[in-house]
Design a protein around this ligand. Sequence first.
Ligand code: SRM
Ligand code: SF4
Length: 568
Amino acid sequence: MTENKNQLEAVEHIKSDSNYLRGTIAKELLNDITGSITENDTQLTKFHGIYQQDDRDLRKERTQQKLEPLYSFMIRARVPGGICTPQQWIAIDDMADTYANGSIRITTRQAFQFHGVIKTKLKSTVAAINQHLMDTIAACGDVNRNVMCTANPELSTVHQEVYEVAQAISDHLTPQTSAYHEIWLDGEKVITEPAQDHEPIYGKTYLPRKFKTAVVIPPDNDVDVLAHDLGFVAVIRNQKLLGFNVTVGGGMGSTHGDPKTFPLLAHTLGFCTEEQVLSVAENIVKIQRDFGDRTNRKHARFKYTVDDHGIDWIRDQLAERMGSHLKSAYEVEFIHNGDRFGWRENQDGSWNYTLFIANGRVIDNDHLALKTALREIAAAHIGDFRLTANQNLIIAKVPSKQKPVINQLLEKHQLTSAISATRKLSMACVAFPTCTLAMAEAERYLPDLISEIEVIQQKHGIHDRGIMVRMTGCPNGCARPFIAEIGFVGKALGRYNMYLGGAINGNRLNQLYEENINEARILENLDQLLGHYSKEAEKNESFGDFVIRLGYVKKVKHGSEVNLKIIS
Ligand code: SRM
Ligand code: SF4
């Protein structure tokens, strides 16, 4: 990627020449000589929710056999706020078998992903998703992505109200191009009116980079709102929604060895009423559209626009566009960024069961028929499902009468078995074999590492303490590892950077503790650290707070410090 001042990134030209995201995608889909599409179109299909990938386990072998890589595509379906119906779940389950590799993946942004979709099935997969009133447009690309919302519906009335705000933001910021319907749905109108080909919010070059929005209901911070470009924090008093604190400028991605890239937590901008939300969202997006760095994709996220110009400048920019400054933010408190597992009652008397799903992967294997179980539950369930930002699933709004039926299905499929507190808080990104950017394993390795950590916790008598461990296969941060109490970030196959010191409510970045270490060294470190924690922790002191108090890492004040400390 170029860093030449004033020279636009190549992707900027691809966007502006694409005729509102058409490029040559339609033509490429008909080209049966290769399982891939052109380089330019791979950039454009992202805006349609589609990534070209190849099976990295087979790359070497295929090269030796002089074959092209085994291309397939990942398709991401947007699910604003993570809410879907049982009928949609069954449809997703069917699609995973019919079009993809048989697995469903719940992402860290409350969306569904299919892996292994071959080129000839792309169109029918996207059409099937739309038939079931979901879509894939803007699931990826330089636009606002799937809008997240706190998944836990315990405060039923307020949650519904806040969820509708998330849905409205999602609709408002969805690209207007008719290319999506034209390419994938043959111009058919399925969800929305056929749109005109202009982009009133984005313009024809869209945003300089991806853009992410979350809506959160304190005291839960399950969506990690401060890791987002834009956040709306519900301010609730006496069970009434007063409006939202607005946060801007968070993000996780960085590049190993490049100190100009770093994760950042968002700043609080002010408070807006429910009526102002769409205007705030639109104008923040427009500020990033106009001032984001289009000459360097590594510096193009909104977090750098905010960091470079300062929060007061953003406040003034927003005021100029909205006609007045936002009011001061209210006090809010976040308690935890995990999920609340098991059965819990809602205010309206219905029930939710939050189910741990290892790294969001829904599949049947030798130990657990998870996919089959969830299909059976979906067939019996008359509430809804909520995908959580921690890759778990809530079987939500179960009427009291129906609870025994769902419980019996959970028990039949051994989904109520005990799971350690640390495992329940763990999260890993996809990484190998599908992710083109992976440097190390994540999803396929973390469950085994957690088993080792469980043994260490047992040895030190702290098996009941949940410690948040997150792992990613590279520093892009897809499982938000830089706010975990213990973060592992892939450096090379079998080697990770180890970070310590995140807070359990998502309010603090962690810091590099040791670089480029293998499993033996990871376990040695953990044995020592957890041993010390078991002896010296104060009552109810979290592991993240402990390692900072004892000086293992520093309390990070700015994201540029996350990678500073390295012990040799
Ligand atoms: Fe991500 C790129 C997977 C959430 C930061 N992410 C990718 C790609 C598409 C790789 C690529 O560009 O070729 C990965 C596809 C892997 C695969 O095979 O499926 C990928 N990201 C994921 C998911 C599926 C991880 C998961 O295990 O759930 C998450 C999908 C979310 C969704 O439904 O939209 C996912 N990605 C995130 C998050 C977490 C979040 O948003 O809360 C982050 C960190 C927050 C942020 O954006 O700052 C994240 N992904 C990235 C980045 C780094 C962006 C940056 O600012 O530098 C990349 C690489 C890029 O954009 O160049 C990336
Ligand atoms: Fe791929 Fe890196 Fe994201 Fe993991 S963190 S899914 S390895 S881009």
